[in-house]
Write a protein that binds this ligand. Structure first.
Ligand SMILES: *Cc1c(COP(=O)(O)O)cnc(C)c1O
Length: 421
């Protein structure tokens, strides 16, 4: 499409946008008495207006029913988590028995590694991306230490080439091949939180499987952002948080995917709790753990209903919009953002470090600021743009399809232009 950097053009794109009415379903934060331009849906998604009702219903049921709510609440709490697999399987591209909602992201990363990082003396290495999100780095570090290995020896971080910002798939595949004799796991992000690069999950998984190694992904920046086909790509396991592109509230519950070939294997090692126990006999409270033959078999605890209610409110909206339409609009928003930045970047102070290729990006665009980055960022904030600053010199911008408009993107360019030119 031939874009134009004018407000009329942006408004025309909004008029043609079949998802535009979803914006009214969210609370947009105010700044200086006006609606902010909210570009941090990749960090904390906005609150759907429906969330309060969903959560209040549970509070009411708790008030009126007490413990009976486990069976008699409008959405009975005992099987509450069972309402998610149908919806989530469409969002991440898997079968319903491969997905479960539980705990939080880093907790789930550890639980999954308990099952899928089973190092031996000779095969113990993990391949991951360099500069992964810190929590993921700490999880990997503590996992290898827990098994008695040394981080620098056991964890192979794949980095971009000199003077590049994104990681080449061929370099990931070459590292897998090169280390195949000592490799135990490939554990990558789906989308890098810093650059916004979408990794080629299908090829990375195939590369790992070719040398007989399992492959998992942290989808924190992918779930609700891009289309995923976890089952068809034969990804072994994955997890994500629900509070970024999935708008389920700060610290919201996390999602877990485990491929059917593993989720049905009740003998697979795991750390168990009563909520993962065979449903029919769970309340006999007998000795000896018997896992459910689905991803639910990894659950430990009974569900945090208030957090799950917020998740349900948000997923109902995502489902109505549909991942294909959301992902298409997300890419179009970031394409327009790139166009607008290019148009105002006359002094070349901004270097885009997000790939421009559609297959390698979602909503997010990361701008490396050559000079005065922090000053420009602070000025953006003053002008009502909520964006994200990452030391030492990157501004991350994420226009998201459910509640951002093309006009938001145009406004951003206009303000950058006025600040920097
Ligand atoms: C946001 C994010 C996290 C946050 O982890 P929590 O356990 O939810 O606090 C972890 N990893 C990645 C890649 C993230 O983007």
């Amino acid at each position: 499409m031939n874009f134009q950097n004018t407000i009329d053009f942006a408004k025309q794109l909004d008029a043609q946008d079949e998802l535009k009415h979803f914006r009214d379903q969210f609370y947009i934060p105010m700044m200086h008495g006006k609606e902010a331009v909210y570009f941090t849906g990749n960090s904390l998604g906005l609150q759907p207006k429906s969330t309060q009702d969903y959560v209040l219903n549970e509070l009411e049921d708790w008030a009126t029913l007490g413990v009976e709510g486990h069976f008699h609440a409008r959405n009975p709490w005992m099987p509450y988590h069972e309402i998610f697999p149908q919806q989530l399987s469409k969002i991440v591209g898997c079968l319903p028995n491969e997905v479960v909602v539980m705990n939080q992201l880093t907790v789930n990363l550890h639980l999954l590694m308990v099952s899928f990082y089973r190092p031996t003396k000779t095969k113990y290495k993990i391949i991951c991306e360099t500069k992964a999100f810190p929590s993921d780095q700490y999880a990997l570090e503590s996992q290898v230490k827990f098994h008695g290995f040394d981080y620098d020896d056991a964890v192979i971080e794949i980095a971009p080439r000199a003077n590049e910002h994104c990681i080449r798939t061929e370099d990931i595949l070459a590292a897998i091949e090169e280390n195949k004799d000592s490799l135990a796991l490939v554990m990558f992000g789906g989308v890098n939180y810093y650059t916004g690069q979408v990794f080629d999950m299908k090829s990375i998984t195939a590369g790992a499987h070719k040398v007989g190694v399992l492959c998992g992904f942290d989808l924190a920046h992918a779930a609700g952002n891009i289309e995923l086909h976890l089952h068809d790509w034969e990804v072994d396991f994955a997890c994500w948080c629900s509070y970024k592109y999935l708008n389920s509230g700060p610290g919201g519950v996390s999602g877990v995917y485990i491929h059917e070939k593993h989720s049905t294997n009740t003998d697979l090692q795991r750390f168990a709790g009563w909520w993962g126990y065979e449903k029919e006999t769970r309340f006999k409270m007998g000795k000896g753990f018997k896992a459910m033959p689905t991803a639910e078999g990894w659950q430990l605890s009974n569900a945090p209903i208030l957090s799950m209610a917020a998740h349900k409110a948000a997923l109902d909206i995502v489902e109505e919009a549909g991942m294909a339409r959301l992902s298409a609009k997300g890419k179009m928003l970031s394409n327009y953002l790139l166009f607008v930045i290019d148009a105002v970047n006359t002094n070349q102070n901004i270097q885009i470090i997000t790939p421009r290729d559609e297959a390698e990006k979602g909503c997010q665009v990361s701008m490396l600021m050559k000079q005065n980055g922090k000053q420009i960022f602070d000025e953006l904030t003053k002008q009502g743009i909520i964006a994200d600053w990452r030391e030492p010199n990157v501004i991350r911008i994420a226009p998201v399809p459910l509640y951002n408009s093309f006009e938001d993107v145009w406004k951003f360019g206009d303000i950058v232009n006025r600040i920097t030119n």
